[in-house]
Design a protein around this ligand. Structure first.
Ligand code: HEC
Ligand code: HEC
Length: 484
């Protein structure tokens, strides 16, 4: 190496140096994926139908695909989605008049690209689903369900699939609305009357699913053998297969070492990314993630996760809510993890906006600029009203014990409710908490360099992700309308 360096000219050495770091990255191969990327076709097909079937939601009105839609490269195109009770897809999704929707989902719907890759062993923005075969749980996974999670889940992606159905706002619905929602409210996930068995019971009753499960799993001899673990494994098989995206211009470059697969600005952007812009300090490896958690002072909009002790919103509006989202810390129990979120993979990132764990940025350039001076960007951030359009109708739960019921929110309190969307950001004290955790120093770059970085991010798009219409089934076994 030294001998070589001595013979090349200084200029050539400079040009070679930066791409050299990207060149150290190995191309994506089958062995990166669970099962070498191959799953039984019958499991993939069962998973596909389940992914689009609203039968998995308490009120039969939302499917996985609603928030992870092929039309939007596996996201919903919204900063913060609207869960069960909403209608429509993507930016058209809204709350019908009089519907019982409690508010927005607190986090941005993430891309499902390449989650069949083994290194994605921690899922969700805070990594609360984590494969740990040597850990204390019989299931082999750390999850919010702890000991209730059954054994037999194939991988972290399958373990994750157990959870959207147990979320009241995402899929289950409000207490008193259906049996799944009631079990959810009691945190009864496992067991005969738990969420998972109640859902399996729905599937057992549908003859077409009986046939599909039998084809996918030899151990299923009759309807009684169908379990939600099998459904989750099938959902994972489908996602791992259909959302494998490893044919971007960047992948072609990795496979051939031929930079002509990248446009000239993307080449410059790649040098910056792996060089002086310092992106690869966190977005490392072939999937642009170190699979760790970092605090970069990303603005938080929306209702938050109920974290922290701050009571200012309650004091101002009377709603008994806390609106912070402190990320990893509540999962790990470590104060050092406050406001840290998992470094997202950047595959297909140009297609999966808005960006950030709460969707605060609706342009790729803006989220890149945020990284160049996180603390100042946080301070200057203003929530654009079009990012979180007002919900037409909001419900609240009233009464106590078994007499709980839903009713439209009191119109006099509506303005107070709406203030939650911008609450954290408008509070100097709460912003200061986010800024104090920031670990990314300012790295000034000029406009041309930023444009090059964006061009590199665009070169991470697998063109197949632009059109996934072939995945949408014409009909699903429940005969419910296919996720719209
Ligand atoms: C109401 C919208 C909504 C629905 C319905 C929904 N999801 Fe999600 N999904 C999200 C959001 C939001 C997150 C991130 C939540 C978090 O990190 O706290 C997420 C996270 C995920 C992740 C983790 C991604 C990662 O990179 O960590 C996977 C996988 C996933 N969802 C699959 C599914 C499957 C399978 C279903 C159906 C069983 C489903 N989702 C239903 C909104 C939804
Ligand atoms: C200190 C670690 C770190 C460094 C360095 C870093 N990032 Fe990030 N990046 C993150 C984390 C963590 C997130 C998610 C934060 C959140 O949502 O709260 C993120 C989010 C992003 C997103 C949005 C992804 C999405 O799906 O919402 C983009 C784009 C991005 N980074 C690009 C870059 C670029 C370009 C650079 C270099 C200029 C860079 N990052 C440097 C940690 C880092």
């Amino acid at each position: 190496m030294i001998a070589k360096a001595l013979v090349v000219t200084g200029v050539a050495l400079l040009l070679a140096a930066a791409p050299g770091r990207a060149a150290e990255i190995e191309p994506v191969v089958d062995a990166d994926y669970y099962n070498n990327g191959r799953f039984p076709a019958a499991q993939v097909e069962l998973g596909r139908l389940l992914f689009f079937d609203k039968i998995l939601s308490g009120n039969r009105n939302i499917a996985c695909a609603t928030c992870h839609h092929p039309r939007h490269a596996t996201v919903d195109g919204l900063a913060l989605g609207i869960g069960e009770g909403g209608v429509g897809l993507g930016p058209e999704r809204r709350v019908p008049e009089g519907a019982a929707v409690h508010g927005r989902i607190p986090r941005n719907s993430p891309s499902l690209a390449n989650l069949g890759v083994k290194e994605f062993s921690r899922l969700f923005h805070d990594g609360r689903v984590e494969a740990d075969p040597k850990g204390p749980w019989a299931s082999g996974f750390w999850t919010p369900a702890r000991e209730q999670l059954p054994e037999g889940l194939d991988n972290a992606l399958a373990a994750q699939a157990m959870f959207p159905v147990t979320s009241d706002v995402e899929m289950a619905g409000g207490r008193g609305e259906n049996e799944i929602a009631d079990a959810t409210a009691l945190r009864r996930f496992g067991g005969a009357n738990g969420v998972w068995n109640l859902l399996a019971e729905r599937l057992r009753k549908i003859p077409e699913y009986r046939v599909l499960f039998q084809k996918a799993y030899p151990e299923v001899r009759g309807a009684a053998d169908i379990t939600f673990v099998q459904a989750a494994n099938a959902l994972a098989a489908f996602q791992a297969t259909a959302f494998r995206f490893d044919d971007s211009p960047f992948d072609r470059y990795l496979r051939t070492q031929d930079v002509r697969h990248l446009s000239p600005p993307a080449r410059l952007g790649m040098d910056l990314f792996y060089g002086k812009a310092g992106c690869a300090a966190c977005h490392s490896g072939k999937f642009q993630s170190d699979q760790a958690f970092h605090a970069i002072a990303m603005p938080q909009i929306g209702p938050g996760k109920g974290d922290g002790t701050d009571a200012s919103y309650f004091e101002a509006t009377g709603f008994p809510a806390r609106l912070e989202d402190v990320g990893r810390a509540p999962v790990s129990g470590r104060p050092a993890d406050l406001f840290r979120f998992r470094t997202p993979s950047l595959r297909n990132v140009a297609l999966t906006g808005p960006w950030g764990h709460a969707g605060a940025f609706d342009s790729l350039e803006a989220v890149v600029r945020h990284h160049l001076d996180p603390a100042s960007s946080l301070e200057a951030y203003r929530l654009a009203p079009e990012l979180l359009p007002a919900l037409a109708s909001v419900a609240q739960t009233v009464g106590q014990g078994s007499a709980l019921r839903e009713q439209p929110i009191n119109p006099a309190r509506r303005a107070g409710f709406d203030r939650r969307d911008g609450w954290v950001q408008q509070s100097a004290a709460l912003r200061a908490r986010i800024a104090a955790a920031n670990e990314r120093p300012a790295v000034p770059l000029d406009d041309a360099a930023i444009a090059d970085l964006v061009a590199f991010l665009e070169a991470l798009t697998d063109p197949r992700a632009r059109n996934l219409a072939h995945l949408v089934p014409e009909r699903v076994p429940s005969r419910l309308p296919v996720a719209d």
